[in-house]
Structure formats: structure tokens, C-alpha cells
Design a protein around this ligand. Structure first.
Ligand code: FES
Length: 73
């Protein structure tokens, strides 16, 4: 199985909406493509500029943040 590495990005302070459905064309952010499904974006308040790793495999226990689960088989 292909390892899906996290999206590593530097965030500025503010409210972020991370995609939980995997359909967004602007991953890791929600673009509204979840409409009509049971999924909703995950809202995170970022207080200060920092680099974050956003889960791309969907298995993280700390979603939307990566916890290294993409390395597990
Ligand atoms: S597009 Fe995936 S949660 Fe909104």
C-alpha cells in the first residue's frame, strides 16, 4: 500500500477548515465538496504562525494532525 505522507504547511493565525472527506480539490482544506455526504470539515483555531502536518491517510488518532499512522501497515 502506498504511504500517504501528511501535508506539511505553515499556517498563519486564524480559523482553518481541514477536509475530512478526501474529496476536496484543495487538500488539506475543505472546498465544500463534502456537501451531500456524512462528512464535515474539521475546524481548528490556529493562534500563532506555525508549521503543521495534516493527516492525508485518514488513520490518525489526532486528526486532522498527523500522528505517524501512515507508516503503519
Ligand atoms: S471538502 Fe472534504 S470535508 Fe469539505
Amino acid at each position: 500500500m502506498e504511504e500517504k505522507k501528511p501535508y506539511v504547511t505553515t499556517e498563519t493565525p486564524g480559523t482553518k477548515y481541514y477536509c475530512a472527506c478526501g474529496r476536496s480539490e484543495n487538500l488539506p482544506y475543505c472546498d465544500g465538496a463534502h456537501k451531500g455526504s456524512e462528512f464535515h470539515p474539521v475546524t481548528v483555531e490556529i493562534d500563532e504562525e506555525k508549521t503543521v502536518a495534516i493527516c492525508a491517510c485518514g488513520r490518525s488518532q489526532k486528526f486532522p494532525f498527523c500522528d505517524g499512522s501512515h507508516k503503519a501497515e
